[in-house]
Design a binder for this molecule. Structure first.
Ligand SMILES: Cc1cc2nc3c(=O)[nH]c(=O)nc-3n(C[C@H](O)[C@H](O)[C@H](O)COP(=O)(O)OP(=O)(O)OC[C@H]3O[C@@H](n4cnc5c(N)ncnc54)[C@H](O)[C@@H]3O)c2cc1C
Length: 419
Protein backbone atom coordinates (compact mmCIF):
# COMPACT_ATOMS: atom_id res chain seq x y z
CA UNK A 1 0.00 0.00 0.00
CA UNK A 2 1.22 3.48 -0.78
CA UNK A 3 2.25 5.44 2.25
CA UNK A 4 3.10 9.05 2.85
CA UNK A 5 4.80 8.16 6.10
CA UNK A 6 8.50 7.63 6.50
CA UNK A 7 8.86 4.92 9.09
CA UNK A 8 9.68 4.81 12.76
CA UNK A 9 12.91 2.85 12.58
CA UNK A 10 11.86 -0.80 12.83
CA UNK A 11 14.68 -1.37 15.34
CA UNK A 12 12.77 0.94 17.66
CA UNK A 13 9.57 -1.08 17.68
CA UNK A 14 9.40 -4.27 19.67
CA UNK A 15 7.44 -7.51 19.89
CA UNK A 16 4.10 -7.56 21.63
CA UNK A 17 4.48 -8.37 25.34
CA UNK A 18 2.65 -11.38 26.83
CA UNK A 19 1.11 -9.14 29.48
CA UNK A 20 0.94 -5.47 30.42
CA UNK A 21 -1.07 -3.01 32.47
CA UNK A 22 -2.53 -1.17 29.50
CA UNK A 23 -2.73 -2.06 25.81
CA UNK A 24 -3.57 0.53 23.18
CA UNK A 25 -4.82 -0.97 19.94
CA UNK A 26 -4.04 1.19 16.89
CA UNK A 27 -0.86 3.06 16.03
CA UNK A 28 -2.48 6.05 14.36
CA UNK A 29 -2.23 9.59 15.66
CA UNK A 30 -4.83 8.99 18.40
CA UNK A 31 -3.39 5.75 19.75
CA UNK A 32 0.08 7.31 19.80
CA UNK A 33 -1.12 10.57 21.40
CA UNK A 34 -2.80 8.49 24.11
CA UNK A 35 0.32 6.39 24.63
CA UNK A 36 2.30 9.60 25.05
CA UNK A 37 -0.22 11.13 27.45
CA UNK A 38 -0.53 8.04 29.65
CA UNK A 39 3.20 7.29 29.87
CA UNK A 40 3.72 10.90 30.97
CA UNK A 41 0.98 10.68 33.59
CA UNK A 42 1.82 7.16 34.79
CA UNK A 43 5.53 6.47 34.38
CA UNK A 44 5.28 3.12 36.19
CA UNK A 45 2.47 1.74 34.03
CA UNK A 46 3.57 -0.97 31.60
CA UNK A 47 1.99 0.16 28.36
CA UNK A 48 2.10 -1.19 24.83
CA UNK A 49 0.72 -0.05 21.49
CA UNK A 50 -0.33 -2.85 19.12
CA UNK A 51 -0.53 -1.85 15.46
CA UNK A 52 -1.52 -4.18 12.68
CA UNK A 53 0.51 -2.59 9.88
CA UNK A 54 4.30 -2.83 9.56
CA UNK A 55 4.57 0.93 10.12
CA UNK A 56 2.73 3.49 12.19
CA UNK A 57 0.22 5.98 10.81
CA UNK A 58 -0.48 4.08 7.60
CA UNK A 59 -4.20 4.86 7.43
CA UNK A 60 -6.02 8.14 8.09
CA UNK A 61 -3.01 9.63 9.90
CA UNK A 62 -0.89 9.34 6.76
CA UNK A 63 -3.58 10.17 4.17
CA UNK A 64 -5.25 13.48 4.93
CA UNK A 65 -5.28 17.21 4.10
CA UNK A 66 -2.81 18.17 6.80
CA UNK A 67 -4.92 21.09 7.99
CA UNK A 68 -4.75 22.26 11.61
CA UNK A 69 -8.36 23.32 11.95
CA UNK A 70 -9.15 26.30 14.14
CA UNK A 71 -12.66 25.14 15.18
CA UNK A 72 -14.97 27.25 12.98
CA UNK A 73 -17.50 24.65 11.87
CA UNK A 74 -18.50 22.69 14.88
CA UNK A 75 -21.69 22.89 16.90
CA UNK A 76 -20.94 25.06 19.96
CA UNK A 77 -20.82 22.90 23.08
CA UNK A 78 -19.88 19.75 21.13
CA UNK A 79 -16.76 17.76 21.93
CA UNK A 80 -15.48 18.58 18.44
CA UNK A 81 -15.77 22.31 19.10
CA UNK A 82 -14.06 22.16 22.47
CA UNK A 83 -11.35 19.62 21.66
CA UNK A 84 -10.53 21.19 18.27
CA UNK A 85 -9.94 24.69 19.64
CA UNK A 86 -7.96 23.32 22.60
CA UNK A 87 -6.20 20.73 20.43
CA UNK A 88 -5.07 23.24 17.80
CA UNK A 89 -3.63 25.46 20.53
CA UNK A 90 -1.80 22.51 22.11
CA UNK A 91 -0.62 21.20 18.75
CA UNK A 92 0.96 24.53 17.75
CA UNK A 93 2.80 24.62 21.07
CA UNK A 94 3.91 21.00 20.63
CA UNK A 95 5.14 21.55 17.06
CA UNK A 96 7.10 24.61 18.21
CA UNK A 97 8.63 22.70 21.12
CA UNK A 98 9.52 19.63 19.03
CA UNK A 99 10.55 21.72 15.98
CA UNK A 100 8.03 19.98 13.72
CA UNK A 101 7.63 22.07 10.54
CA UNK A 102 4.22 23.73 10.40
CA UNK A 103 2.76 26.97 9.16
CA UNK A 104 -0.06 29.17 10.43
CA UNK A 105 -1.12 30.11 6.91
CA UNK A 106 -4.80 30.99 7.48
CA UNK A 107 -7.91 29.81 5.68
CA UNK A 108 -10.58 31.52 3.59
CA UNK A 109 -14.12 30.13 3.54
CA UNK A 110 -15.80 31.52 0.44
CA UNK A 111 -19.45 32.15 -0.45
CA UNK A 112 -19.92 32.53 -4.19
CA UNK A 113 -23.73 32.95 -4.21
CA UNK A 114 -26.23 34.99 -2.19
CA UNK A 115 -27.99 31.79 -1.12
CA UNK A 116 -24.87 30.79 0.85
CA UNK A 117 -24.79 33.92 3.01
CA UNK A 118 -27.09 32.64 5.80
CA UNK A 119 -24.84 29.58 6.20
CA UNK A 120 -21.75 31.80 6.21
CA UNK A 121 -23.33 33.88 8.99
CA UNK A 122 -24.06 30.69 10.94
CA UNK A 123 -20.42 29.62 10.57
CA UNK A 124 -19.30 33.01 11.84
CA UNK A 125 -21.63 32.66 14.82
CA UNK A 126 -20.31 29.16 15.57
CA UNK A 127 -16.71 30.26 15.18
CA UNK A 128 -17.12 33.11 17.66
CA UNK A 129 -19.09 30.90 20.08
CA UNK A 130 -16.30 28.31 19.91
CA UNK A 131 -13.63 30.92 20.66
CA UNK A 132 -11.80 30.66 17.31
CA UNK A 133 -9.03 33.27 17.44
CA UNK A 134 -9.01 36.16 14.95
CA UNK A 135 -12.03 35.10 12.87
CA UNK A 136 -12.95 37.91 10.49
CA UNK A 137 -15.76 38.52 7.98
CA UNK A 138 -14.26 39.61 4.62
CA UNK A 139 -15.67 41.22 1.46
CA UNK A 140 -14.73 40.60 -2.19
CA UNK A 141 -11.90 43.16 -2.09
CA UNK A 142 -10.29 41.61 1.01
CA UNK A 143 -10.70 38.16 -0.54
CA UNK A 144 -8.59 39.38 -3.50
CA UNK A 145 -5.95 40.72 -1.13
CA UNK A 146 -5.70 37.43 0.72
CA UNK A 147 -6.03 35.12 -2.29
CA UNK A 148 -5.53 37.12 -5.52
CA UNK A 149 -6.83 34.31 -7.77
CA UNK A 150 -9.90 33.40 -5.70
CA UNK A 151 -13.44 34.62 -6.22
CA UNK A 152 -16.24 35.11 -3.72
CA UNK A 153 -18.94 37.60 -2.80
CA UNK A 154 -18.15 37.25 0.90
CA UNK A 155 -16.02 35.09 3.11
CA UNK A 156 -14.68 34.24 6.52
CA UNK A 157 -10.98 34.44 7.18
CA UNK A 158 -9.55 32.23 9.90
CA UNK A 159 -5.95 33.36 10.41
CA UNK A 160 -5.33 30.68 13.07
CA UNK A 161 -5.82 27.75 10.68
CA UNK A 162 -2.56 26.09 9.68
CA UNK A 163 -0.86 23.14 8.04
CA UNK A 164 1.37 20.33 9.23
CA UNK A 165 2.31 16.77 8.26
CA UNK A 166 0.27 14.73 10.75
CA UNK A 167 2.37 11.63 10.09
CA UNK A 168 5.40 13.57 11.38
CA UNK A 169 3.39 14.62 14.45
CA UNK A 170 2.39 10.98 15.07
CA UNK A 171 6.02 9.87 14.82
CA UNK A 172 7.00 12.49 17.40
CA UNK A 173 4.26 11.21 19.76
CA UNK A 174 5.59 7.66 19.26
CA UNK A 175 9.12 8.74 20.12
CA UNK A 176 7.90 10.53 23.26
CA UNK A 177 5.92 7.49 24.37
CA UNK A 178 8.84 5.10 23.74
CA UNK A 179 11.25 7.42 25.53
CA UNK A 180 8.88 7.30 28.51
CA UNK A 181 8.73 3.51 28.50
CA UNK A 182 5.96 2.48 26.10
CA UNK A 183 6.53 -0.56 23.88
CA UNK A 184 5.24 -0.32 20.34
CA UNK A 185 4.64 -3.49 18.34
CA UNK A 186 3.89 -3.27 14.63
CA UNK A 187 2.65 -6.03 12.33
CA UNK A 188 0.43 -7.09 15.20
CA UNK A 189 -3.21 -7.30 14.13
CA UNK A 190 -5.69 -7.95 16.93
CA UNK A 191 -7.92 -10.77 15.76
CA UNK A 192 -10.00 -11.39 18.84
CA UNK A 193 -10.80 -9.65 22.11
CA UNK A 194 -11.91 -11.73 25.11
CA UNK A 195 -12.43 -11.24 28.80
CA UNK A 196 -9.54 -12.82 30.73
CA UNK A 197 -8.89 -13.65 34.37
CA UNK A 198 -7.21 -10.34 35.09
CA UNK A 199 -8.35 -8.16 32.23
CA UNK A 200 -8.60 -8.37 28.47
CA UNK A 201 -6.97 -10.99 26.25
CA UNK A 202 -5.97 -9.70 22.82
CA UNK A 203 -5.13 -12.41 20.32
CA UNK A 204 -2.87 -11.34 17.49
CA UNK A 205 -0.45 -12.45 14.83
CA UNK A 206 2.32 -12.81 17.41
CA UNK A 207 0.32 -14.85 19.97
CA UNK A 208 -1.64 -13.02 22.65
CA UNK A 209 -1.32 -10.13 25.07
CA UNK A 210 -3.20 -10.05 28.34
CA UNK A 211 -3.74 -6.51 29.52
CA UNK A 212 -5.36 -5.34 32.71
CA UNK A 213 -7.11 -2.70 30.59
CA UNK A 214 -7.30 -1.73 26.93
CA UNK A 215 -7.94 1.36 24.84
CA UNK A 216 -9.04 0.92 21.24
CA UNK A 217 -8.18 3.58 18.66
CA UNK A 218 -8.60 1.49 15.53
CA UNK A 219 -9.99 4.06 13.08
CA UNK A 220 -11.85 2.37 10.23
CA UNK A 221 -11.91 -0.93 12.14
CA UNK A 222 -13.03 0.51 15.47
CA UNK A 223 -16.60 -0.83 15.33
CA UNK A 224 -15.40 -4.39 14.65
CA UNK A 225 -13.05 -4.44 17.62
CA UNK A 226 -15.67 -2.82 19.85
CA UNK A 227 -18.21 -5.49 18.90
CA UNK A 228 -15.62 -8.23 19.57
CA UNK A 229 -15.23 -6.74 23.05
CA UNK A 230 -18.99 -6.84 23.60
CA UNK A 231 -20.09 -3.32 22.57
CA UNK A 232 -23.26 -2.34 20.73
CA UNK A 233 -22.76 -2.61 16.94
CA UNK A 234 -24.46 0.79 16.54
CA UNK A 235 -22.83 2.93 15.12
CA UNK A 236 -21.07 1.09 12.31
CA UNK A 237 -18.10 2.48 10.40
CA UNK A 238 -18.84 3.21 6.77
CA UNK A 239 -15.69 4.06 4.82
CA UNK A 240 -15.72 7.20 2.65
CA UNK A 241 -12.89 7.45 0.14
CA UNK A 242 -11.40 10.92 -0.24
CA UNK A 243 -9.28 11.37 -3.38
CA UNK A 244 -7.06 14.36 -4.06
CA UNK A 245 -5.75 15.97 -7.23
CA UNK A 246 -2.36 17.69 -7.21
CA UNK A 247 -2.08 21.05 -8.99
CA UNK A 248 0.72 21.20 -11.56
CA UNK A 249 3.76 23.01 -10.11
CA UNK A 250 3.54 25.77 -12.72
CA UNK A 251 -0.03 26.54 -11.57
CA UNK A 252 0.48 26.23 -7.82
CA UNK A 253 0.78 30.00 -7.38
CA UNK A 254 -2.99 30.16 -7.95
CA UNK A 255 -3.44 29.26 -4.27
CA UNK A 256 -1.53 30.92 -1.43
CA UNK A 257 -2.96 29.03 1.55
CA UNK A 258 -6.31 27.27 2.12
CA UNK A 259 -9.54 27.92 0.23
CA UNK A 260 -12.73 26.21 1.44
CA UNK A 261 -16.39 26.31 0.41
CA UNK A 262 -19.27 27.09 2.77
CA UNK A 263 -20.25 23.58 3.88
CA UNK A 264 -23.70 22.13 4.30
CA UNK A 265 -23.87 21.72 8.11
CA UNK A 266 -25.45 18.25 7.69
CA UNK A 267 -22.61 17.07 5.43
CA UNK A 268 -19.67 19.15 6.62
CA UNK A 269 -17.01 17.01 4.93
CA UNK A 270 -18.39 17.58 1.43
CA UNK A 271 -17.12 20.30 -0.87
CA UNK A 272 -13.93 20.86 -2.82
CA UNK A 273 -11.06 22.36 -0.83
CA UNK A 274 -7.84 23.83 -2.17
CA UNK A 275 -5.08 23.09 0.29
CA UNK A 276 -1.44 24.10 0.31
CA UNK A 277 0.81 21.45 1.89
CA UNK A 278 3.98 21.69 3.89
CA UNK A 279 5.98 20.52 0.84
CA UNK A 280 4.61 23.45 -1.19
CA UNK A 281 2.26 21.46 -3.41
CA UNK A 282 -1.42 22.37 -3.72
CA UNK A 283 -4.06 19.67 -3.35
CA UNK A 284 -7.61 19.83 -4.62
CA UNK A 285 -10.01 17.55 -2.78
CA UNK A 286 -10.93 15.35 -1.11
CA UNK A 287 -13.93 13.67 -2.69
CA UNK A 288 -16.26 11.72 -0.38
CA UNK A 289 -17.38 8.47 -1.92
CA UNK A 290 -18.84 5.59 0.11
CA UNK A 291 -16.68 2.57 -0.77
CA UNK A 292 -16.67 -1.19 -0.30
CA UNK A 293 -13.31 -1.58 1.46
CA UNK A 294 -11.99 0.11 4.58
CA UNK A 295 -8.65 0.48 2.84
CA UNK A 296 -9.95 1.57 -0.58
CA UNK A 297 -6.85 3.59 -1.47
CA UNK A 298 -7.36 2.28 -4.98
CA UNK A 299 -10.75 3.16 -6.50
CA UNK A 300 -12.63 -0.06 -7.10
CA UNK A 301 -11.02 -2.10 -4.30
CA UNK A 302 -13.69 -4.34 -2.78
CA UNK A 303 -13.29 -6.48 0.35
CA UNK A 304 -16.09 -8.97 0.81
CA UNK A 305 -16.36 -8.56 4.59
CA UNK A 306 -16.36 -4.76 4.39
CA UNK A 307 -18.85 -4.72 1.51
CA UNK A 308 -21.17 -7.08 3.36
CA UNK A 309 -21.03 -5.09 6.58
CA UNK A 310 -21.82 -1.85 4.77
CA UNK A 311 -24.57 -3.39 2.63
CA UNK A 312 -26.21 -5.20 5.56
CA UNK A 313 -26.38 -2.07 7.69
CA UNK A 314 -29.84 -0.46 7.50
CA UNK A 315 -28.24 2.91 8.09
CA UNK A 316 -26.39 2.71 4.77
CA UNK A 317 -29.61 2.51 2.76
CA UNK A 318 -31.32 5.16 4.86
CA UNK A 319 -28.34 7.48 4.36
CA UNK A 320 -28.29 6.86 0.60
CA UNK A 321 -32.07 7.40 0.32
CA UNK A 322 -31.66 10.74 2.07
CA UNK A 323 -28.45 11.92 0.43
CA UNK A 324 -28.65 10.38 -3.05
CA UNK A 325 -28.17 13.74 -4.77
CA UNK A 326 -24.80 14.60 -3.15
CA UNK A 327 -23.82 10.92 -3.56
CA UNK A 328 -24.32 11.21 -7.34
CA UNK A 329 -22.24 14.42 -7.42
CA UNK A 330 -19.48 12.74 -5.41
CA UNK A 331 -19.51 9.74 -7.75
CA UNK A 332 -19.13 12.11 -10.71
CA UNK A 333 -16.22 13.85 -9.01
CA UNK A 334 -14.63 10.51 -8.13
CA UNK A 335 -14.65 9.16 -11.67
CA UNK A 336 -14.05 12.42 -13.54
CA UNK A 337 -11.12 14.61 -12.44
CA UNK A 338 -12.22 17.26 -14.93
CA UNK A 339 -15.69 17.52 -13.31
CA UNK A 340 -13.92 17.83 -9.96
CA UNK A 341 -11.60 20.51 -11.28
CA UNK A 342 -14.55 22.44 -12.70
CA UNK A 343 -16.14 22.37 -9.23
CA UNK A 344 -12.93 23.85 -7.78
CA UNK A 345 -12.94 26.54 -10.51
CA UNK A 346 -16.00 27.99 -8.82
CA UNK A 347 -13.55 29.34 -6.21
CA UNK A 348 -10.47 29.82 -8.42
CA UNK A 349 -11.83 30.60 -11.91
CA UNK A 350 -8.42 30.45 -13.64
CA UNK A 351 -8.21 26.70 -13.00
CA UNK A 352 -8.32 24.73 -16.25
CA UNK A 353 -8.95 21.08 -17.02
CA UNK A 354 -5.47 19.58 -17.27
CA UNK A 355 -4.04 21.71 -14.44
CA UNK A 356 -4.11 18.81 -11.97
CA UNK A 357 -3.54 15.07 -11.72
CA UNK A 358 -4.51 12.35 -9.26
CA UNK A 359 -2.33 12.61 -6.14
CA UNK A 360 -3.49 10.07 -3.51
CA UNK A 361 -6.58 9.00 -1.59
CA UNK A 362 -7.46 8.60 2.05
CA UNK A 363 -10.34 6.68 3.59
CA UNK A 364 -12.42 8.38 6.28
CA UNK A 365 -13.71 6.23 9.13
CA UNK A 366 -17.18 7.70 9.49
CA UNK A 367 -19.62 6.26 12.00
CA UNK A 368 -23.17 5.79 10.74
CA UNK A 369 -26.11 4.98 13.01
CA UNK A 370 -28.67 2.30 12.26
CA UNK A 371 -31.22 5.03 11.48
CA UNK A 372 -28.96 6.51 8.80
CA UNK A 373 -27.46 9.46 10.70
CA UNK A 374 -23.80 10.32 10.11
CA UNK A 375 -22.41 10.73 13.62
CA UNK A 376 -21.16 14.28 13.75
CA UNK A 377 -19.39 14.49 17.09
CA UNK A 378 -16.46 12.49 18.40
CA UNK A 379 -17.90 9.36 20.03
CA UNK A 380 -16.62 6.85 22.58
CA UNK A 381 -17.97 3.72 24.22
CA UNK A 382 -17.02 1.39 27.05
CA UNK A 383 -16.88 -2.38 27.52
CA UNK A 384 -15.58 -4.25 30.57
CA UNK A 385 -12.02 -3.02 31.26
CA UNK A 386 -11.86 -1.16 27.95
CA UNK A 387 -12.69 2.14 26.27
CA UNK A 388 -13.24 2.56 22.55
CA UNK A 389 -12.91 5.55 20.23
CA UNK A 390 -15.94 4.98 17.98
CA UNK A 391 -15.98 8.12 15.83
CA UNK A 392 -12.94 10.30 15.27
CA UNK A 393 -13.13 11.88 11.83
CA UNK A 394 -11.68 15.31 11.01
CA UNK A 395 -10.63 17.34 13.01
CA UNK A 396 -9.40 14.48 15.20
CA UNK A 397 -5.80 14.81 13.99
CA UNK A 398 -5.83 18.51 14.92
CA UNK A 399 -7.47 17.59 18.24
CA UNK A 400 -5.20 14.62 18.98
CA UNK A 401 -3.53 16.03 22.10
CA UNK A 402 -6.84 17.26 23.51
CA UNK A 403 -8.60 13.95 22.71
CA UNK A 404 -5.73 12.12 24.39
CA UNK A 405 -6.22 14.25 27.51
CA UNK A 406 -9.97 13.63 27.45
CA UNK A 407 -9.68 9.85 26.99
CA UNK A 408 -6.86 9.62 29.55
CA UNK A 409 -9.13 11.33 32.13
CA UNK A 410 -11.91 8.84 31.36
CA UNK A 411 -9.49 5.92 31.49
CA UNK A 412 -8.14 7.02 34.89
CA UNK A 413 -11.69 7.14 36.21
CA UNK A 414 -12.90 3.91 34.61
CA UNK A 415 -9.75 1.88 35.33
CA UNK A 416 -8.97 3.38 38.73
CA UNK A 417 -5.53 4.61 37.66
CA UNK A 418 -4.02 6.77 40.36
CA UNK A 419 -1.38 9.38 39.54
C1 LIG B 1 -9.20 12.31 3.41
C2 LIG B 1 -9.02 12.77 4.84
C3 LIG B 1 -8.72 14.10 5.13
C4 LIG B 1 -8.58 14.52 6.45
N1 LIG B 1 -8.14 15.79 6.70
C5 LIG B 1 -7.91 16.16 7.99
C6 LIG B 1 -7.38 17.45 8.30
O1 LIG B 1 -7.02 18.22 7.40
N2 LIG B 1 -7.24 17.80 9.60
C7 LIG B 1 -7.58 16.96 10.63
O2 LIG B 1 -7.46 17.33 11.79
N3 LIG B 1 -8.06 15.73 10.37
C8 LIG B 1 -8.22 15.31 9.07
N4 LIG B 1 -8.68 14.06 8.81
C9 LIG B 1 -9.03 13.17 9.92
C10 LIG B 1 -7.81 12.53 10.56
O3 LIG B 1 -6.91 12.04 9.60
C11 LIG B 1 -8.29 11.42 11.47
O4 LIG B 1 -9.30 11.95 12.30
C12 LIG B 1 -7.18 10.86 12.35
O5 LIG B 1 -6.07 10.49 11.58
C13 LIG B 1 -7.72 9.68 13.12
O6 LIG B 1 -6.63 9.04 13.75
P1 LIG B 1 -6.78 7.57 14.29
O7 LIG B 1 -5.55 7.27 15.01
O8 LIG B 1 -8.09 7.45 14.99
O9 LIG B 1 -6.98 6.68 12.97
P2 LIG B 1 -5.94 5.98 11.99
O10 LIG B 1 -4.85 6.88 11.59
O11 LIG B 1 -6.77 5.41 10.88
O12 LIG B 1 -5.31 4.84 12.87
C14 LIG B 1 -6.02 3.67 13.26
C15 LIG B 1 -4.97 2.59 13.39
O13 LIG B 1 -5.54 1.42 13.95
C16 LIG B 1 -4.92 0.31 13.34
N5 LIG B 1 -5.76 -0.87 13.48
C17 LIG B 1 -6.98 -1.08 12.97
N6 LIG B 1 -7.43 -2.31 13.29
C18 LIG B 1 -6.46 -2.90 14.04
C19 LIG B 1 -6.34 -4.18 14.62
N7 LIG B 1 -7.31 -5.10 14.50
N8 LIG B 1 -5.20 -4.46 15.31
C20 LIG B 1 -4.21 -3.54 15.43
N9 LIG B 1 -4.28 -2.31 14.87
C21 LIG B 1 -5.40 -1.99 14.17
C22 LIG B 1 -4.79 0.74 11.89
O14 LIG B 1 -3.87 -0.03 11.16
C23 LIG B 1 -4.40 2.19 12.04
O15 LIG B 1 -3.00 2.40 12.04
C24 LIG B 1 -8.80 13.60 7.50
C25 LIG B 1 -9.09 12.26 7.21
C26 LIG B 1 -9.17 11.84 5.89
C27 LIG B 1 -9.40 10.38 5.62
Amino acid sequence: MMTLVSSIDSAETSRAPRSCDLAIVGGGILGLALARELTRRHPRLSLCVLERERELGMHQTGHNSGVIHAGVYYQPGSLKARLCVQGAHELYAYCAEREIPHEVCGKLILATELSELPRLRELERRGHANGVPGLERVDAARIRELEPHARGIAGLHSPATGIVDFAAVARAYAHDAMRDGARIATGCEIRSVRAAARGVRLEHADGATEAAHALFCAGAWSDRLAVMAGADPDPRIVPFRGAYLRLAEARSDLVRALIYPVPDPSLPFLGVHLTRRMNGEVLIGPTALPVLARDAYRLGRVRAADALQTACWQGTWRMLARWWRPAVTELRHAVSPSAFLRAAARYVPELRVGDAQFAFAGVRAQALTRDGRLVDDFAFSATPRALHVRNAPSPAATSSLAIAGYVADRAEEAFGLVR
